[in-house]
Design a binder for this molecule. Structure first.
Ligand SMILES: *[C@@H]1O[C@H](CO)[C@@H](O)[C@H](O)[C@H]1NC(C)=O
Ligand SMILES: *[C@@H]1O[C@H](CO)[C@@H](O)[C@H](O)[C@H]1NC(C)=O
Ligand SMILES: *[C@@H]1O[C@H](CO)[C@@H](O)[C@H](O)[C@H]1NC(C)=O
Ligand SMILES: *[C@@H]1O[C@H](CO)[C@@H](O)[C@H](O)[C@H]1NC(C)=O
Ligand SMILES: *[C@@H]1O[C@H](CO)[C@@H](O)[C@H](O)[C@H]1NC(C)=O
Length: 553
């Protein structure tokens, strides 16, 4: 049960070795060449090195005519074994140097609880620390973009599928087990930079029961591939893991080849405070904004500005980009006046309409034996061959049920269906079991609730106020109850006889009284915050470790 900790020595060594190669990676603004901070040294300045920013920096700098500066608040991802080893996902999410350490404001829909809001703070952003489930979404979702943009040729499933394939590199799982029938080879790409695979471990009896259940229960079907644009059904989970290592936007688009490019500079450990308009250039709402104000990540020392010849691109995430605009005076003028931030452009929408997925975490007891893995052997296996239990993430396991609220549900009579169409799931229901418990997350993918990002200080280094608006719309509560009931139905199928024991809740049907419902809603928490901590604690107490397998040594 004790963790091995030979990691730090390994990590320090790798970092030193790789730094020599990275001529274009600067550890702080103090290292940025003097000429760089001089006027207009770069064509593009990209703020935020996460999923979007690292990708854009990599793709733009493929053209030697463009010079690109990418700015990231967190550290470099290179040479860090914990970011490479898939089983470390929960640990890196708990490492305060890899996340922004944000908390939400008290959320009125969930008893005024503040929730930890994890957001990646390292090159690669969320893709460097997330659970790696490869999820493209439904064709209906993309087609809705086409309707909204009135450009269905470009912004549609059909229009974008070639690009989705282009970025993917589907590979055999570590160990090369037989995966025939567990994915559809026709819908994948094989030549892109983003490694995607099924996991190393072979299907277990739990998975066979889930498939059997999909076969015999009318309500559910098996779907051979969740990423065909039509995800509904019981599916085998695909991960952004290539050859046993995490793939992130940084490993995919900012690898050693990209770092050798003379036209790409990557600046880490640097905080973008504001974007600044070029004096005298405004034309109503159209401002010429190509300057970024930077300071060391710890906020110490002088600020510096860098100006782009062509464009500044904000890719700091749903929270970070909105906050940066507000700090820059771009947002609702009346609200910014109250904070004392001088208005640069009065745009009401900035920071509004924040949408996130509330998640219910359900537990059952089950008639199984928790698997045992040997930590020494697993670490050795992964380090030598990139296979074994440590080549897989901790958490959701082999299968996910993508599902919709049943058509005859009263919820869809009381509220207009918020999904983009019949192929768009309302729920993502993870299926994890095999041992003495079953864990399922029921994720509400189509909430009506909306929140906001605001600021509360003229200091750009102060944290944002994040209001997720969770469960402030009655549809979301009704829908979540539907999702939980559906999951209960799934596990009550005949295929589970002799394995599934008791439902431990939270159960909306346990006690219909007002008090009972209060107990139920009190038990509902959010997956990325307290739930994961609670679950980890539960797993630790049960002697589990990564991969939901009991660990000894
Ligand atoms: C949440 O906080 C608000 C504002 O302080 C208060 O009016 C409300 O009663 C609180 N709600 C709960 C459930 O405690
Ligand atoms: C792989 O599995 C499929 C389906 O179970 C089977 O038909 C096929 O023969 C297997 N291939 C090999 C090489 O074992
Ligand atoms: C784990 O594996 C190592 C190396 O093979 C072995 O020495 C050790 O006894 C094993 N531990 C357990 C608890 O089986
Ligand atoms: C806003 O900032 C003030 C002063 O720093 C602080 O007292 C207050 O609690 C903050 N409000 C919120 C909602 O965080
Ligand atoms: C538990 O599982 C074992 C075999 O895996 C089976 O023999 C036994 O009947 C099951 N117990 C219950 C209560 O279903």
């Amino acid at each position: 049960m004790r963790r091995l900790s030979t990691l730090s020595a390994f990590v320090a060594l790798s970092v030193t070795t790789i730094r020599v190669v990275n001529a274009a990676l600067y550890q702080s603004i103090d290292e940025l060449p003097l000429m760089a901070s001089a006027k207009e040294a770069y064509d593009f300045i990209i703020v935020g090195g996460g999923g979007a920013g690292a990708t854009l920096a990599g793709r733009l700098s493929e053209n030697p005519k463009f010079s690109v500066l990418l700015i990231e608040a967190g550290a470099d991802n290179e040479g860090r074994e914990d970011l490479m080893m898939p089983s470390k996902n929960l640990e890196v999410q708990a490492d305060t140097s890899y996340i922004w350490n944000w908390w939400t404001v008290p959320l009125s829909g969930v008893n005024n609880r503040s929730i930890e809001y994890k957001s990646g703070h390292v090159l690669g952003g969320g893709t460097s620390i997330n659970g790696m489930v490869y999820t493209r979404g439904a064709d209906n979702d993309y087609d809705l973009w086409g309707k909204v943009s009135k450009d269905s040729k470009t912004w549609s499933w059909k229009g974008l599928a070639p690009y989705i394939k282009k970025h993917e590199k589907w590979v055999q799982p570590p160990g090369e087990r037989n995966i025939s029938g567990q994915y559809d080879p026709r819908v994948h790409g094989y030549k892109g930079p983003v490694g995607v695979s099924l996991p190393w471990s072979v299907p277990i009896e739990f998975d066979a029961r889930a498939l059997k259940n999909a076969e015999i229960q009318d309500e559910f079907d098996f779907n051979p591939d969740p990423n065909s644009g039509k995800p509904i059904g019981v599916t085998w989970t695909q991960f952004t893991i290539g050859a046993g290592e995490r793939t992130s936007s940084a490993t995919s688009y900012l690898g050693l080849d990209a770092r050798k490019r003379p036209n790409l500079a990557i600046l880490v450990n640097t905080y973008a405070k504001r974007v600044l308009p070029t004096p005298g250039s405004s034309l109503g709402l159209r401002k010429d904004i190509r300057t970024v104000e930077l300071v060391r990540r710890n906020g110490e020392g002088p600020s510096t500005t860098v100006t782009a010849k062509k464009e500044v691109i904000l890719t700091a995430g749903a929270i970070g980009s909105a906050k940066l605009l507000l700090d820059s005076g771009i947002g609702d003028k009346a609200e910014l006046d109250k904070v004392g931030v001088k208005s640069v452009a009065n745009i009401h929408d900035v920071g509004k309409g924040l949408t996130d997925h509330f998640t219910a975490s359900l537990t059952w007891t089950a008639n199984g034996t928790d698997p045992v893995i040997n930590a020494t052997e697993s670490l050795d296996l992964w380090r030598k061959e990139r296979i074994g239990p440590y080549s897989e993430p901790t958490g959701p396991r082999h299968q996910i049920l993508w599902s919709r609220i049943p058509d005859n549900s009263p919820v869809l009579k009381d509220y207009a269906d918020p999904s983009a169409g019949p192929n768009s799931p309302h729920f993502e229901i993870t299926l994890s079991g095999g041992g003495s418990s079953i864990f399922s997350f029921v994720v509400l993918l189509t909430p009506y609730s909306r929140g906001s990002v605001t600021i509360n200080s003229t200091d750009p280094l102060a944290p944002p106020l994040i209001d997720l608006g969770f469960l402030t719309h009655p549809f979301d509560r009704a829908a979540l109850i539907e999702g939980i009931r559906q999951t209960k139905r799934f596990y009550s199928g005949l295929a589970w006889d002799g394995y599934v024991k008791d439902f431990l809740g939270p159960d909306p049907d346990a006690d219909p009284s007002t008090e009972g419902q209060e107990v139920f809603w009190n038990a509902m928490e959010w997956a990325e915050g307290p739930i994961q901590r609670r679950r980890r604690r539960r797993e630790q107490e049960a002697g589990w470790s990564t991969n939901g397998a009991r660990q000894e040594a």
